[in-house]
Ligand binder design. Structure first.
Ligand code: ADP
Ligand code: MG
Length: 316
């Protein structure tokens, strides 16, 4: 679907070029438009690319880049209510080869694969003008959760604290935990799978582009709108950091009000904070409960809004 509420209309236009031309496939339940493609046997597949100078700068060590590439893919797989199983890696490296950088990148990538139980089963290696790496990851869900199942009246929830990566990237003297989050996102894999398997959530996705853009996507897929209480959005930073930066890799999900206690007890079991931030409504559009405007997006790949920076943070 065209995503005029997203941070980058040009990116949405590019995706549309492919989406409108994609052939149908038997057994494909969800194609372009969700966190991962979903097949009728519960298998899911996703891909993310990281480019030097676009997705990372000198604040990330090579190990962090490898870790983060795995983490952002695990985040998309988890957002479907699925567990990752295997991945394939494509790396483009400038000549002459910096073997030390590549060794350290590989160490971070392998450590993250171990952390989430993902097997690296193949890949490709090439020379490239800039360093970049693409990871394709597959997994499986027993009860997959799309973005499209939300209904008016459902509560809107998020995990964790939003705006930490924004603080890590934008603040003059970020807290240590904010820098750690920027470098090493922690996808909520176990919690996402437990929500899905318990049948508690109607729609779920991960927060990679900021709450405002990503909630617009969940609402568009679910055919509804939402009102959000800005004071309920967890995090210490200004509202723009919490909703308009991205890289949170927290879960955004919707659930009927009678699931509140069950959701809270699973979250407690997984030692993760969850916050009820608003409600889905029949009227389309995203509203803040106090009537204020949403902060402008802080990043875009191709069409930076005024005041926005185009790099080095793109959506992974
Ligand atoms: P996410 O942030 O969850 O990884 P994206 O915003 O990157 O998702 O992409 C949105 C949707 O568009 C996803 O379903 C993704 O698979 C699809 N997509 C993105 N780029 C392309 C492309 N070049 N060709 C086909 N599908 C794409
Ligand atoms: Mg996603």
């Amino acid at each position: 679907m065209p995503d005029s509420d997203g941070p980058d209309p040009a990116e949405a236009d590019v995706i549309e070029l492919f989406r409108t031309r994609a052939r149908p496939l038997e057994g494909l339940l969800l194609g372009i438009g969700d966190d991962a493609a979903l097949f009728s046997d519960g298998r899911v597949v996703t891909v993310d690319t990281m480019v030097d100078g676009v997705h990372w700068d000198a604040r990330l060590e090579p190990e962090d880049v490898g870790w983060k590439l795995v983490a952002v893919n695990v985040s998309d797989i988890a957002a479907m209510g699925a567990r990752p199983e295997w991945c394939v890696l494509s790396v483009s490296l400038p000549s002459p080869l910096d073997l030390r950088w590549t060794e350290r990148f590989a160490a971070g990538l392998v450590a993250a694969c171990d952390r989430w139980g993902v097997a690296l089963v193949g890949g490709d290696t090439t020379r490239g003008a800039v360093r970049s790496a693409t990871l394709t990851m597959a997994g499986r869900a027993s009860r997959p959760i799309p973005r499209s199942g939300g209904r008016p009246g459902d509560d809107v929830w998020v995990t964790g604290e939003l705006g930490l990566a924004a603080e890590g990237f934008l603040a003059g003297t970020p807290r240590a935990e904010a820098l750690v989050r920027l470098r090493r996102p922690e996808p909520r894999l176990e919690l996402a799978v437990s929500f899905a398997d318990a049948g508690l959530v109607t729609a779920m996705m991960d927060l990679s582009d900021g709450l405002r853009a990503d909630l617009a996507r969940l609402c568009a897929a679910s055919g509804c709108g939402a009102t959000v209480d800005p004071g309920a959005i967890p995090g210490e930073g200004p509202l723009s950091w919490r909703v308009a930066f991205g890289e949170d890799y927290e879960l955004l999900f919707a659930a009927p009000a009678d699931r509140r206690d069950a959701l809270r007890s699973l979250a407690t079991m997984h030692r993760t904070r969850i916050a009820r931030i608003g409600r889905l409504e029949a009227a389309s559009g995203l509203r803040l409960r106090d009537g204020t405007d949403w902060p402008v997006p802080l990043f875009a790949h191709f069409a930076p809004p005024s005041g926005a920076r185009a790099s080095p943070r793109g959506d992974a």
